[in-house]
Design a protein around this ligand. Sequence first.
Ligand code: FES
Length: 456
Amino acid sequence: MTETIKSDPATTSNTSVFEPKIVAFVCKWCTYAGADLAGTSRQVYPSNVRALMLPCTGRIDVTFVLRAFLQGADGVIVSGCHPGDCHYTAGNFRARRRWILFRDLLDTLGVDLRRVEMAWISAAEGTKWVKTITTFTDQIRELGPYEPMHKVAEDRSPDTILPVDLALSYYSGGENPISAVDPKLQEAVGEAMAAGKVKVVVGWVRNTTLSRPRPVWVASAEAAKFLTQPGDSGNLARMIKNPQLRPVGPIGIVARTTEMMALNVLIQEAQLDPANVVIFAVMPDGKFLGTMDMAQVAALIGEQVKNVPADQPAGFSPETHKLLDELMAKTPAERWQFWAEQSAKCIRCYACRGSCPMCNCEQCFAEKNQPQWFPTAADGPGNFAWQAFRAFHLAGRCVGCGACQDACPAGIPLNVLGAAMARSSLKHFGHRAGVDPKAVPLQSDFRPDDKESFIL
Ligand code: FES
């Protein structure tokens, strides 16, 4: 799709009747052939639908759906082969899992879920295609044009001036507490280095110019006095990706719980060799627990998770959970309004991405321009697509450290979106990010009995 969807003159001759624009992403093996069958059988269905062929529903990406909406669609439907019939064995199972998470993300953002549908329609089901499209078109016609989304799409010159109070609190470092240096930690780092267990150690130190702690890595235990409680500062697991640091290993990390969880996710995703890391574990109260390998870390996290309520993901702060609860108690329209205001503040500095230990692609989708997957400017459509896309990519991976939110100069509560996706992962798949380093990454996996009650 490279152009804004134009009205079809054939369907808009009577200007008093709203004719919705509907985009259908269909698998070429089943639904596309089913739609073709309907046509060759001379069956009649609304001409509102623009069908775009995919090789398989496994190819569907949330960016396609967001882009369709931002280019004027009033409703989007994805359809492919029935479970068990996918020509690539499991593409539709993977699509179904993504769709479950995506629906929850859209709900958190306040998108009207009646405007997105998924269906299983085979090559022999021309009649089902006709019925599905007719019903969906009637439903969207009833709902009317998707004005809130169109408004975002048209908002090409928003007021993106950084709120001064938030900007100042960022640069002055807020009120992050800085604990005293623990001599036991310093001793453990020295011992590990002397024994050759680690070549470099990463941790937080006091910052003499700003009141925020800063991350450093050192090759000598005397070179830094590591802090055990650097407040809300970012996630040191991010440092593992540093191309200068990576070849040096083994690496020691002065790690808090969410940093250990983030390392577990990186191990799950084959981004980190657990044999190459030594942990100097620090508890939430700032107490240094000891030197550990990643197997001991997994056992420690497993124990800590036992204290987390069964319906809550691990890692997120009580404030984040409270904010999410308050948000989900509002109406979808109020949620939409909330995120529209938050998203308008984004200046696309990508500090959220830069601070996130899970954002580890060599080149981010957001900066690709051949093809350009979604608008890149810091405006209505660009910001909406970026925030939604980023939150979705963290589904099943975000450990709730809040590094993104802490780094955001505009004060956008990004961790709330992370928490929404973490709740969805737990609710539908029993998956808690960063707990089991041996678990299959959530979005790379599927179960034949994943929920599909919402699929037509
Ligand atoms: Fe049709 Fe995979 S080939 S959904």
